[in-house]
Design a protein around this ligand. Structure first.
Ligand code: URP
Ligand code: ZN
Ligand code: ZN
Length: 459
């Protein structure tokens, strides 16, 4: 089946022009004006709309056994919400814990996704312990098409690695050409501060942030960077939330350490006062690193605009109100996570491009192209070019709406961005040429998504 997208304005990370896009099967085969229309071509009129490359969310949790429960999504629910929001590829954190086998975990995570996703996907492979067996298995997983590892400096005794394991993971990553992504918080300090606060009777969600202060994240970021510098591996800080951590990462960048920075939507838009809402309402806003003092938001926006923050992801991780109640009387037991996969593109567009100072090309870069480049998907994904997958977002900049849990697709009973206005939304979304969203509604196939096999990259 052929598809012609006519009269739209194509916007990529580095270009903006009016042209039509012709798609055959799953691939863009022509871009131009006055393109011939063969018989049986479906024509989509994009007059007055932007045509963006499909957006890529580089940090999501779908299947996640964590904190005595499971994140609420399945790939069906997460991927539908993703494509409605303009995301056509996501990279899920594959997270077996320290007591589990890496390869068994990888196969389990793959089985949860296979045949159940409405968009394409890949995994960052978490390394939650490092022994001889792990090393052998990681080599096999990389051969299978996974070219990024994930380490946690936090979540001691569950996902967390110690410094020795971090060193060994980076040494292997350097050899294999694999990028190491990292959650950077000092696990020991978090544990000590949590115990101290609980001892003082400070048990509500508002104490989550004080138990993981900015300095704890800055230390983790600095240590991660120092290990990259020592091993020569390339790294990517996930969900960087505050100015001190940004300074640590920037200092490393400026002395030539190959370190990239991701921040996630909640940290640009929400702050620690949300976790202070009474009657345990604040638990809806508990994630790690925590929502911060609002003063951190401007430095994050500035760094994003200037390209020092490379990507914007979500850290999508839905737990409903009943699951959040597991932490009533003990904030350390509140399942950590906020869902955002459906709202990332619209909120970033609205508060960055439409109402802020984010250049529209930097927006495309941060929400799509840069992740494609860093994680070995470019130019198949992350751009609009002949030969690229036909992952296209026909975006209506004249749409006006308000985010509400009542109208969301995401599988949860609240929305952290409730009540926020949005100045645009995807009208049509294609994944490899399949029309998955039409008139803003899911009309597609929820099992056509494929695991993207990626090659190691020697940075
Ligand atoms: O609070 C969060 N971020 N939940 C998901 C696990 C993680 O740390 O990414
Ligand atoms: Zn994390
Ligand atoms: Zn995460």
């Amino acid at each position: 089946m052929a598809l012609l997208i006519q009269n739209g304005e194509i916007i990529t990370a580095d270009s903006r022009y009016a042209a039509d896009i012709f798609v055959e099967f799953e691939t863009i085969t022509r871009i131009g004006t006055n393109l011939e229309i063969p018989e049986h071509t479906e024509v989509i009129d994009a007059t007055g709309k932007y045509v963006f490359p499909g957006f890529i969310d580089p940090h999501v949790h779908v299947y996640l056994p964590f904190m005595a429960t499971f994140a609420k999504d399945t790939h069906e629910t997460a991927s539908k919400a993703a494509v409605i929001g303009g995301t056509t590829t996501y990279i899920e954190m594959c997270c077996p814990n320290r007591t589990e086998d890496a390869l068994e975990g990888y196969n389990l995570w793959k089985s949860k996704a296979a045949g159940h996703s409405a968009c394409d996907y890949s995994f960052h492979m978490s390394v939650t312990k490092f022994d001889d067996n792990t090393e052998k298995q990681l080599r096999e997983i990389v051969k299978d098409g996974i070219s990024s590892f994930k380490i946690f400096l936090s979540y001691k005794n569950f996902f967390g690695v110690d410094d020795g394991e971090m060193f060994k993971t980076m040494t292997l990553a350097k050899e294999l050409g694999v990028i190491v992504t990292a959650h950077c918080e000092n696990a020991e300090l978090v544990g000590q501060l949590q115990a101290k606060l609980l001892n003082e009777g400070k048990t509500g969600p508002e104490y989550h942030e004080p138990s993981r202060p900015e300095s704890v994240e800055a230390e983790g970021t600095n240590r991660f960077a120092t290990f990259l510098e020592t091993t020569g591996a390339t790294g990517y800080v996930v969900h960087l939330s505050c100015q001190p951590a940004l300074k640590a990462a920037m200092a490393a960048k400026s002395r030539g350490v190959p370190i990239y920075i991701e921040s996630v939507l909640p940290h640009f838009m929400l702050d620690k006062t949300h976790a202070e809402h009474p009657n345990h309402e604040g638990a809806k806003f508990v994630m790690s690193p925590p929502l911060r003092d609002k003063k951190n938001q401007k430095p994050l926006w500035d760094a994003l605009e200037q390209g020092f923050i490379d990507t914007v992801g979500t850290d999508h991780c839905p737990f409903d109100v009943a699951q959040k109640a597991l932490g009533i009387g003990d904030f350390t037991k509140i399942p950590n996570g906020i869902p955002a996969i459906e709202d990332r593109v619209n909120v970033l567009y609205t508060y960055g491009v439409s109402r802020g100072n984010l250049d529209i090309h930097r927006f495309v870069d941060a929400a799509s192209t840069k992740a494609a480049k860093l994680f070995g998907l470019f130019p198949r994904k992350g751009t609009i070019a002949v030969g690229s997958d036909a992952d296209l977002v026909i975006y209506d900049p004249n749409y006006r709406g308000v985010i509400s849990s009542k109208t969301q697709t995401v599988n949860n009973d609240y929305n952290g961005f409730e009540g926020m206005e949005i100045d645009g939304k995807p009208s049509v979304v294609t994944v490899r040429g399949h029309v998955q969203v039409r008139d803003g509604k899911f009309v597609g196939n929820s099992s056509m998504g494929e695991l993207l096999r990626r090659k190691p990259q020697h940075f």
